[in-house]
Design a protein around this ligand. Structure first.
Ligand SMILES: CSCCC(=O)/C(O)=C/O
Ligand SMILES: [Fe+2]
Ligand code: NI
Length: 181
């Protein structure tokens, strides 16, 4: 079940609130400029599926986002627990970073935990299959896929280079809960 847990940055052990209804998650995140929507990811895609397979299965949804929002690049992160670089990839995304463009991710299988650091608050968004999230450019955040990743996310970018991150150097992510494996 998708969820949103909100903390003050000084109390990583004590959530201020935990939301599980999609409308509550979406409205709370919208107050911070974050888009969260429930889409339909009905194609039989499994973690480990190729980028080509995933893009072909979701071309309609990708075209809609590209046309509506002006994204120009798309790629896919498709990981299962057999991936040989799973530990390195986990560590990279767990380091707090920002992007110069919106972070747009459509989960079409599995799940992952995005944690956003906005002002003094921390918003941990457990995204699952069917969830679309768009985090505004410049928002410090990190992402946990767990020790045994199991997800497929379509990523859209408004630059030709695709994934580019500026790491903040802040080790705050180490204090906050990670995904339950
Ligand atoms: C869920 S897609 C992989 C993670 C990613 O692209 C990112 O930028 C995490 O912050
Ligand atoms: Fe990111
Ligand atoms: Ni699954």
């Amino acid at each position: 079940m998708s969820s949103l847990t909100v903390y003050h940055q000084s109390t990583p052990d004590i959530p201020n609130k935990v939301l599980t209804h999609v409308e509550d998650i979406a409205s709370t995140l919208a107050e911070q400029g974050v888009r969260f929507e429930r889409w339909a990811a009905n194609a039989p895609i499994q973690p480990g599926a190729s980028q080509e397979e995933v893009i072909a299965a979701y071309q309609v949804q990708i075209d809609k986002l590209m046309t509506e929002c002006g994204y120009i690049t798309v790629d896919v992160v498709s990981l299962n627990s057999d991936h040989p670089q799973k530990a390195e990839l986990r560590a990279k995304f767990l380091d707090e970073h920002r992007h110069a463009e919106d972070e747009v991710r459509f989960f079409v299988a599995g799940r992952g935990l995005f944690t956003l650091h906005i002002g003094e608050y921390v918003y941990a968004v457990l995204c699952e299959k069917n969830d679309l999230i768009s985090v505004p450019a410049g928002t410090p955040h990190w992402f946990d896929m767990g020790e045994n990743p199991h997800f497929v996310a379509i990523r859209l970018f408004n630059n030709p280079e695709g994934w580019v991150a500026q790491f903040t150097g802040d080790k705050i992510a180490d204090q906050f809960p990670r995904i339950d494996d």
